[in-house]
Design a protein around this ligand. Structure first.
Ligand code: NAD
Ligand code: TYD
Length: 355
């Protein structure tokens, strides 16, 4: 039995779906179902006894202690977080509560549980913390990609809160001996990605005939990894990673935002041409830049490749095509996740940004 937190969100849901498809080991899925968590992502698991969904907060110490005592998981994978940089700029409080206080409370409950484990169960237990490359800050054009030994230089309230959680996880290993693993991954894309992030927002807006808001000059660089490759990396680290170690995960796919937007537009031109025969890229609108916008992220994934033999299965070209196709085939999913709260967010974030 494993316990996954945040398993109704984008990466967590992909992880749970892949896990159940590949293993007979059961999963308890603890998720607070914030705006980003969606039971619909897991609908294909309805009635499957290997998946137990529990709605609740990672910071609810009593609930977490009860789940641990009752189900005795051999591992915990912590996906639960507030994850959107723009939201962290508008309102950092939730990020501090979930990413820092929540992770701290989760670690405390896990430490108490782990202390009580007997025999081989104790050293073989794993707490895997899922983190981001954004903790390393921003790279200039010619700097080498982030390695695990890069200094932490987080620049947004989101990345600062993830950095704090990474430090707590590290400290629980160093001080208490808790067998932790940390993964720092680059930007993910793929199915079930909430349409407030760049790639799904561009697909959804393009199809709806809306503008495609590109922040600043659009030349900011992100390093993109198909979500299922991130999930396979997490499974590999869980299986073979050394306790206390950090593994950077990435696909060696640095792309400027504007190039991503053009790629999405070109795929839509091919797969779902506009009725007026115009090109989707005509919908691109440059808008005011994000405050404190990190210029470039890039991941050096050589440690996980060398030590654990992990490699991504998708190239960017294959992954982005699958992604666009998934959104075309799942437009009712998009409609369902775009709740009233989501519409209010779009209003707040983009008002005043249009250049
Ligand atoms: P997401 O926002 O799509 O999902 C987060 C999930 O966590 C949601 O289901 C939400 O309901 C749940 N959640 C939020 N607060 C909670 C709480 N207090 N208790 C329990 N559940 C809670 O995020 P994501 O993109 O799937 O990211 C998952 C993890 O991976 C995060 O830790 C994020 O920092 C990290 N990460 C994301 C990316 C990326 O590109 N999306 C890249 C690297 C790392
Ligand atoms: P995002 O998907 O929010 O991920 P992150 O900020 O965690 O990297 O944004 C990816 C990049 O796309 C980032 O440089 C900001 C930019 N961006 C836009 O240009 N327009 C948008 O509407 C959004 C949401 C993001």
């Amino acid at each position: 039995m494993i316990l996954v937190t945040g398993g109704a969100g984008f990466i967590g849901a992909n992880f749970v779906l892949d896990w159940v498809a590949q293993s007979d080991e059961a999963v308890i899925n603890l998720d607070a179902l914030t705006y980003a968590g969606n039971r619909e992502n897991l609908v294909s698991l309805a009635g499957d006894e290997r998946h137990l969904f529990v709605q609740g907060e990672i910071g609810d110490s009593a609930l977490v202690a009860r789940l641990l005592a009752q189900h005795q998981p051999r591992a915990i994978i912590n996906f639960a977080a507030e994850s959107h940089v723009d939201r962290s700029i508008h309102g950092p409080e939730d990020f501090i509560q979930t990413n820092i206080v929540g992770t701290f409370r989760l670690l405390e409950a896990v430490r108490a549980y782990w202390n009580g484990l007997q025999g081989e169960d104790k050293p073989s237990f794993r707490f895997l913390h899922v983190s981001t490359d954004e903790v390393y800050g921003s790279l200039s054009k010619d700097e080498p990609a982030f390695s695990e030994t890069n200094r932490y230089e987080p620049n947004s309230p989101y990345s600062a809160s993830k950095a704090a959680s990474d430090h707590l996880v590290r400290a629980y290993h160093h001080t208490y001996g808790l067998p932790v693993l940390t993964t720092n991954c680059s930007n993910n894309y793929g199915p079930y990605h909430f349409p407030e992030k760049l790639i799904p927002l561009m697909i959804v807006n393009a199809l709806a005939g809306k503008s495609l808001p590109v922040y600043g000059d659009g030349r900011q660089i992100r390093d993109w990894l198909y979500v299922k490759d991130h999930c396979s990396a997490i499974r590999r680290v869980l299986e073979a990673g050394n306790a206390g170690e950090v593994y950077n995960v990435g696909g060696w796919n640095e792309k400027a935002n504007i190039d991503i937007v053009h790629t999405v537009c070109a795929l839509l031109d091919e797969l779902r041409p506009r009725e007026d025969a115009k090109k989707y890229c005509e919908q691109i609108a440059y808008v005011t830049d994000r405050p404190g916008h990190d210029r470039r992220y890039a991941i050096d994934a050589s440690k996980i490749e060398r030590e654990l033999g992990w490699k991504p299965a998708e190239t960017f070209d294959t992954g982005i095509r699958k992604t666009v196709q998934w959104y075309l085939e799942n437009q009712s999913w998009v409609a369902n996740v775009q709740s009233g709260a989501y519409r209010e967010w779009v209003e707040k974030n983009y008002t005043g940004r249009v250049a």
